[in-house]
Write a protein that binds this ligand. Structure first.
Ligand code: BES
Ligand code: ZN
Ligand code: ZN
Length: 463
């Protein structure tokens, strides 16, 4: 679906009108304008008129961006799936936000239905007024495409999306935005001695992958790269520490949500030609209890030589991320950020409405990330990151163990990861918002693509 700028008046029956008393409208007939003026005086934030051949949807201008995105979602519900094109008139900033909510609400994952083609929404274009800049329309189109890609990846079951397939999908997307992509296969991962990634992969019959993406514009404003790392567990059974099925293992195809978020963000940055040098690292495997599976009690030597006592094979995300984080050291990065569906503790602490962030980077980085969370409504909550929490991760027989105590599991996991990173570091635990069991406005249900818009906004505004 594309958002197009109106060059000339388009013959488009269906309309969304947004504004307030002071908005100047061109080309709307007097009866509709009268209805809109009447609507402005009422209590409702949105309303609509239904005729036999057209729908006119009204939205009040607002300073609250999220209200406007949700108005876009309300509008999508009113128009039916046969809607082919739509025109937006009135306040231009509000139009973009309504278009964002509308477009994100139009997402579908129907490929596995026998009658998939029949089910597909017909929407092709949303036309915006010619006062809206080409750049902002292009940026929004790229973002929507990136979020849809991330949602698709999260929604794909492991019967399709093995680590190898995921790496290929990443490569295809990356190359389409001229990002350099390198896929390390199992033999290379073995020769590099990525013990954490290989340990998690031992119970699987499918090989692991380690994908490296680099976007380096000619005139980057950062001398040293920003490295993004994403947890790419294409399916998490828990391994020998097997998860129960209902409400737990059944949604674990989403355990590569961090990787999807990071790849979506670097793609959006490259396709929008941001002036930042960015590298993304994606360690990927499934986590299964196959015959040779790693076992509680094992001691694993990681990529950087650290030894880890495995006490729960379901704490696999940190095992693969640790190797990717120590791999990041070779780039001497300015900042390292990882995104991961890492702990049930993060989900229990703040639910699905935000991600937990923590780390040792500058206060400025956290305040910028928080602002980006508010701008995009992909909100974040900062947690403490005192060294006391690392005590939980000390082992009797190795340098670290892979599980902590009963409390604050999302923080002890973050402290475990910090051990492997030399650069200033931020850890984003997206276990809550990456997946929704019940639908929520333009986020829909299942994979939300959480974090793509957040990280894009952060990178765009990062100085
Ligand atoms: N992938 C899960 C975390 C998760 C839970 C993501 C719920 C999304 C929703 C992760 O690998 C995991 O199993 N973590 C364990 C860690 C524990 C064994 C220390 C957890 O949080 O229970
Ligand atoms: Zn797990
Ligand atoms: Zn996991």
């Amino acid at each position: 679906m594309y958002l197009k700028k109106i060059k000339k008046k388009v013959n488009c029956n269906d309309l969304i009108i947004v504004g307030d008393k002071s908005t100047k409208f061109k080309d709307i007939d007097a009866t509709i304008l009268k209805e809109f003026t009447h609507f402005l005086k009422g209590e409702k934030a949105t309303d609509f008129l239904k005729f036999s051949d057209r729908i006119i949807f009204f939205v009040k201008k607002s300073k609250d961006s999220e209200k406007l995105r949700v108005a876009g979602f309300e509008a999508r519900k009113v128009f039916d799936k046969e809607l082919n094109q739509l025109m937006m008139v009135g306040d231009k900033d509000s139009s973009l936000l309504i278009a964002e909510g509308f477009a994100l609400s139009n997402y579908q994952f129907v490929k596995y239905f026998k009658d998939a083609t029949k089910r597909v929404n017909k929407l092709e274009s949303i036309y915006l007024s010619d006062e809206v800049s080409d750049d902002s329309i292009k940026e929004l189109n790229v973002l929507i495409e990136s979020v849809f890609w991330a949602r698709d990846m999260v929604n794909e079951p492991v019967s399709y999306l093995t680590a190898t397939k995921f790496a290929q999908e990443i490569e295809k997307l990356g190359l389409s935005a001229s990002i350099q992509v390198q896929i390390l296969e199992k033999a290379k991962i073995e020769s590099l001695k990525m013990g954490g990634l290989l340990a998690v992969n031992k119970g699987s019959i499918d090989p692991p992958t380690f994908t490296i993406l680099e976007y380096k514009p000619k005139k980057a404003s950062n001398k040293k790269p920003i490295v993004l790392v994403g947890k790419g567990v294409v399916y998490d059974t828990g391994g020998l520490s097997l998860k129960p099925t209902p409400g737990s293992m059944d949604c674990m195809k989403s355990d590569m949500g961090g990787a999807a978020c990071v790849v979506g963000a670097i793609y959006a940055a490259a396709a929008n030609k941001l002036d930042k040098h960015i590298i993304a690292l994606i360690p990927s495997t499934d986590n299964r209890p196959g015959l040779n599976a790693y076992a509680p009690g094992d001691v694993i030597t990681m990529f950087d030589g650290t030894t880890v006592e495995v006490l729960n094979t379901d704490a696999e995300g940190r095992m693969i991320l640790a190797d990717a984080l120590s791999y990041s050291n070779k780039y001497d990065p300015e900042l390292v950020i990882d995104a991961a569906t890492l702990t049930g503790a993060a989900l229990r602490a703040i639910g699905t409405h935000a991600a937990c962030i923590m780390g040792n980077a500058d206060k400025k980085v956290f305040s910028q990330l928080t602002s980006s969370g508010d701008n995009t409504h992909e909100r974040v909550v900062q947690l403490p990151f005192w060294d006391d929490y690392l005590e939980d991760m000390k082992s009797n027989i190795a340098d670290l163990k892979n599980i902590g105590g009963a409390n604050a599991g999302m923080i002890s996991a973050g402290k475990f990861l910090e051990h492997f990173v030399k650069a200033p570091y931020v850890h984003i635990d997206i276990a809550g918002p990456a997946w929704l069991d019940t639908p929520e406005n333009y986020k829909g249900k299942s994979g939300t693509g959480y974090g793509v818009r957040l990280l894009f906004d952060f990178i765009k505004n990062y100085k």
